[in-house]
Design a protein around this ligand. Structure first.
Ligand code: ZN
Ligand code: ZN
Length: 212
């Protein structure tokens, strides 16, 4: 049965820890619902409390660095290759008729890099907001979610996970490198994951948690 929102923090009067019957329970495991005492209480990376056996089973497995690398590469190519086409197309088209000046179709061609970018980024953003998966992530069976297991919103995705890192890279020059190197930490979370409070997990292991 779903627990009320405050069940995790409320004291549990008269309930005893099953592993330490002499000790009063101070919380409830958010996966199996068993009473837990202070010693038995484990804090998951979603910030919620679990009993020892549930700690690793409750949370979805983190995506491997290899899957994240390949997903990233595919996503980058999906945006950059069409963009390159959008840039080259007008250059070729105008190379013959440079002196005549652009007509309507010429203006359309000049705008083509922008149009290409809007379409490719639009597809990726729509996919991630709907399923947590970009094209590359879908291919590798991984998805991005909030640390508390909730889906990511479009504002968080666009501003904190994409635009802010791009801006920081422009300003500092080294943000991109540091961001990528963070993947080698134990939690596999890049700096942009920390900025956006997100994690990338395996879809297979991403089972719904007990509701808040
Ligand atoms: Zn449990
Ligand atoms: Zn205990």
């Amino acid at each position: 049965m779903p627990l009320p929102p405050s069940s995790e923090t409320e004291s549990v009067p008269q309930a005893h820890c099953p592993l330490h019957p002499e000790v009063l329970a101070t919380g409830i495991c958010q996966r199996c619902g068993t009473f837990i005492c202070v010693d038995c209480r484990r804090r998951g990376r979603d910030g919620r409390s679990y009993c020892g056996p549930c700690l690793n089973k409750a949370l979805p497995a983190l995506a491997s660095r290899r899957d994240r690398f390949w997903a990233n590469l595919v996503d980058s190519l999906f945006v950059t290759l069409p963009l390159l086409g959008g840039i080259i197309m007008p250059i070729i088209a105008f190379s013959d008729s440079a002196k005549e000046g652009p007509d309507d179709f010429g203006v359309f061609l000049l705008l083509s890099p922008l149009l290409v970018l809007v379409v490719t980024l639009g597809i990726q953003i729509a996919m991630v907001v709907k399923t947590g998966q970009s094209l590359g992530k879908r291919w590798r069976g991984i998805r991005v979610i909030r640390m508390n297991g909730q889906p990511i919103t479009i504002v968080r995705l666009a501003l904190l996970r994409n635009l802010l890192p791009v801006w920081l890279s422009q300003v500092t020059g080294v943000f991109g490198l540091v961001d990528a190197l963070f993947i080698f930490r134990e939690d596999h979370r890049c700096l942009h994951d920390h900025l956006a409070d997100t994690q990338v997990v395996n879809v297979e292991s991403d089972r719904p948690l007990r509701p808040y």
